[in-house]
Design a protein around this ligand. Structure first.
Ligand code: SF4
Ligand code: SF4
Length: 464
């Protein structure tokens, strides 16, 4: 309840205008693509489009973000008590952050929803059965999939990448995450093989455990913190850690510093692998090879919420925190967001130039990107809702005629792939790095030195 109490002013800043139900298309001048009859529903991709997956699925006031903020307000005022009925309204929410991005009043909705859930657990309301199961599995096996701890890096052994497991000379690490270790091993293998081709001396850490993301999201904060402490201990001697999973990256970069003690800093820097590839392209160190199979294929990109909007909201919050009067220069934020969201697009544009794919954006992108439906404990807890949301995103890709739907997160990959198959959207779903590895596209012009990698930062240093 303490965290929810800390957010009380933010909760009461919500004026219940419900603007967070909709996502704008981006720029008002952007031409819409009109009405499209998808597998789930007919959507008019023009102007404001319904955008909260929970509201779209359940339809009732309480399920849209504004309803959940009212629940938080009622709990804080003592007008409502936690119960299983309250839990069943606040849990089916993907914590996608679309509502945060749309709110002109800057209400940190995801923080509020996560704190509300944590307070619900703290009040003694049992978690739903499926969340209890993953909580038990992660406590026993350090991953929510029930995989054996000793088999976490079996994929690396099978792919001839064993030498990178506990590679003692390396100061650069790759945190693989549970989904890429036990399910989407294609993503883990592709990332390692690309690092190997680039000549990077990196290590996988065999004591790696779940990053804790699902548990921070569903309110099982004690479980999440235990996992965080184990990872911090295991990775503490590294200087830089790369990620291929959007959720793990967000958790290490945004959540860990919030939950660590105030006098502690993250002992290493974090970067997603796509940031490295984008920078190598910009510096002329890599290109791509032409490929007949991919030539002419229409490729679109799904921004994972965790590497897209969640970072965007965090940048914005940082500027608000630095401001003495809640005013800040919006141009600074716009510039930062532009640089941030351009990174995966730098890779896709280079693939367009060298390989011959046609890169086509979906209608809602970047801060306004529609969620894949997997996060916030929803894929585990509410699989049908999760897949219907993924199918809505696949509809959006179908609406622009995509042959290939790319993303940069194994969890988004899984949900989009499952919906693509289940609802017959007829596309191929690929990670960008997975595509580069699968079609052997990497053309290394100059291998990056260790110093080059260690000096990489999330943003280009600001000019004086
Ligand atoms: S969270 Fe923001 S956009 Fe949503 S109802 Fe409240 S004030 Fe309006
Ligand atoms: S986080 Fe996403 S699913 Fe949850 S209320 Fe906000 S927009 Fe809806």
């Amino acid at each position: 309840m303490e965290r929810l109490q800390e957010l009380k002013n933010d909760v009461f800043r919500c004026i219940h205008c419900k603007a967070c139900r909709f996502a704008y298309s981006g720029k008002p001048s952007q031409k819409g693509i009109g009405e499209y009859e998808g597998k789930q529903k007919t959507v008019l991709y023009e102007g404001m489009v319904d955008s909260c997956p929970a509201g779209i699925e359940y339809g009732w006031e309480a399920f849209w973000n504004a309803g959940k903020i009212w629940i938080a307000r009622s709990i804080l005022s003592g007008d409502l008590e936690f119960s299983e009925s309250v839990r069943d309204v606040i849990m089916p929410c993907i914590t996608c952050g679309m509502c945060s991005a749309q709110c002109e009043n800057k209400v940190p909705t995801v923080d509020i929803i996560e704190s509300l859930r944590a307070a619900c657990v703290e009040a003694g309301v049992p978690m739903i059965d499926k969340h209890q199961l993953v909580d038990r599995l992660v406590k026993e096996l350090n991953n929510p999939y029930g995989g054996k701890a000793g088999e976490r890096f079996q994929w690396a052994k099978d792919a001839g990448l064993e030498k990178y497991i506990d590679n003692k000379d390396a100061t650069i690490g790759y945190y693989v995450g549970c989904t890429a270790s036990y399910r989407q091993k294609n993503i883990a293998e592709a990332t390692c093989k690309i690092f190997e081709k680039l000549g990077i001396n990196f290590t996988l850490i065999s004591d790696e455990v779940c990053c804790g993301s699902p548990f921070f999201r569903v309110g099982a904060v004690d479980t999440a913190q235990e996992l965080m402490n184990k990872n911090l201990e295991s990775f503490k001697n590294l200087k830089k850690v790369f990620f291929s999973c959007a959720g793990c990256y967000r958790t290490f970069t945004i959540d860990y510093p919030k939950w660590m003690s105030e006098d502690e800093d993250l002992p290493f820097e974090t970067l997603h692998a796509f940031e490295l590839i984008a920078k190598l392209i910009k510096d002329g160190k890599i290109k791509f090879k032409a490929n007949k199979e991919l030539k002419g294929k229409k490729v679109t990109y799904h921004d994972p919420c965790h590497t897209g909007r969640h970072f965007g909201v965090d940048f914005e919050q940082e500027l608000i925190d630095q401001s003495k009067n809640l005013m800040f220069d919006i141009r600074k934020l716009d510039q930062k967001l532009e640089e941030w969201f351009d990174k995966p697009r730098t890779i896709l544009r280079q693939l367009e130039e060298d390989v011959g794919i046609e890169f086509q954006e979906m209608y809602r992108i970047k801060m306004n990107s529609m969620c894949c439906g997997a996060g916030g404990g929803v894929r585990a807890g509410y699989p049908d809702f999760s897949l219907r949301t993924a199918s809505l995103r696949c509809d959006e890709a179908n609406a622009v005629g995509a042959d290939i739907l790319t993303t940069e997160c194994p969890f988004c990959w899984r949900n989009l792939s499952d919906a693509n198959e289940l609802y017959e959207h007829g596309m191929e779903v690929l990670g960008i790095l997975e595509m580069i590895d699968k079609y052997d596209l990497l053309d290394v012009q100059e291998k990056p030195s260790e110093d080059y990698i260690l000096e990489l930062t999330r943003f280009e240093p600001e000019e004086e």
